[in-house]
Design a protein around this ligand. Structure first.
Ligand code: BEZ
Length: 354
């Protein structure tokens, strides 16, 4: 069994056709057919039902396909990393989700650059910049981008369960409610989610929580940790049964999930493509939304941002890198994040990469 045979099998299985696979692999159909036959002979198993059109995997073929494609993806990642080890890119490529860009990311990068320049030229006032490239990449796409080397580090609001990825939870950021300035509740501070339920909620997240699996973000953790404290707080008045509601684990949209944890379903929702559009709709009076607190400087002429009473309605911020291959500047980047937190008086728990 060799790589050529495995790649031929994957191409045929993906495209369900010898002629289509021949085009993409640039092999002739007889060569592809021979490679597949050799693979089946070495396994002693038929992998593809050749009499079916389009071609179909046998049951054994389906099992083999799933396992082998995962192995080939890993091999590609290892190849990529090995090449990067011998010729590391000096630029630091950072992937981010929009909500961190509109928040503290620019300040973090300015701090990193200052620190980096001071490090390399301690007696010089002329700073040579560390080269930083910024890439707008959704949370889940950051995993693939890290593996392929497109980015060296990613900032996002979701945890990843991937054996190649390590992540540091930077902090839990509280959500605030964004209301149109003309809204009757616009000047009330310390809102409860239940009092917002009669509004149209504008949804903007592109990444959803994993279905069924209790999510690993701050809401779950903080909710578990603070459930008893919450129940003691009479001003909040959610029943204990609402806090423990299991149905929330089936609500994968992040904002709806926050409401579902209190057994609340907003009266109406509108889904938009991103945060900027959501704030545009709030400004236009279409509805309300929840945003991480660092975003409350946006559109302040049209939008009123108010606190939520629930301390555990938060959004986590993670820094992700590859486990086995970290860019040399990543620890400086982490230090820059902590410096910004300290300068702004933001509470955090210092962590280190293992
Ligand atoms: C933060 O808001 O905590 C944050 C934003 C961007 C990068 C790192 C941290």
């Amino acid at each position: 069994m060799d790589l050529k045979q495995l790649n031929a099998f994957i191409a045929i299985a993906d495209l369900q056709s010898f002629s289509a696979a021949a085009k993409t692999t640039r092999l002739s159909q007889p060569s592809l057919s021979r490679l597949l036959k050799q693979l089946e002979t070495s396994l002693g198993v038929e992998l593809i039902n050749r009499y079916h059109r389009p071609l179909q995997l046998t049951e054994a073929g389906q099992f083999f396909y799933e396992k082998v494609s995962a192995i080939l993806t890993e091999l590609e990642t290892v190849t990529n990393m090995t090449q990067r080890l011998s010729a590391p890119d000096t630029a630091l490529n950072i992937g981010f989700v929009p909500s961190v860009l509109y928040g503290l990311l620019p300040e973090v990068i300015a701090t990193l650059k200052q620190h980096s320049a001071g490090h390399e030229h301690p007696n010089s006032s002329s700073a040579t910049d560390i080269e930083v490239n910024l890439k707008d990449i959704s949370s889940y796409q950051q995993v693939e981008a890290l593996k392929s080397g497109e980015i060296d580090v990613g900032f996002s609001r979701f945890a990843h369960q991937d054996p190649w990825i390590q992540q540091i939870l930077l902090r839990h950021e509280r959500y605030v409610v964004a209301l149109p300035k003309s809204h009757p509740q616009a000047n009330i501070s310390d809102h409860r989610l239940i009092d917002l339920a009669n509004n149209r909620l504008i949804l903007y997240h592109q990444t959803h929580l994993p279905a069924q699996i209790p999510n690993t973000d701050s809401v779950t953790t903080a909710m578990t940790q603070n459930a008893s404290a919450l129940q003691k707080d009479k001003s909040i008045m959610e029943p204990a049964s609402a806090i423990k509601s299991t149905s929330a684990s089936t609500v994968t949209e992040p904002l709806l999930n926050l409401f579902a944890r209190y057994s609340i379903t907003p009266f109406a929702t509108t889904k938009v493509s991103d945060l900027q559009v959501a704030l545009g709709l709030v400004a236009a009076g279409v509805g309300i939304t929840l945003v991480p607190a660092s975003l409350q400087t946006m559109r302040t002429d049209q939008i009123s941002y108010q606190r939520l009473i629930h301390e555990n309605v938060t959004s986590p911020i993670y820094l992700h890198t590859l486990k086995d291959f970290s860019h040399p500047k990543v620890s400086e980047l982490l230090e820059a994040v902590y410096k910004v937190y300290e300068a702004r008086g933001i509470t955090y728990r210092r962590q280190q990469f293992i």
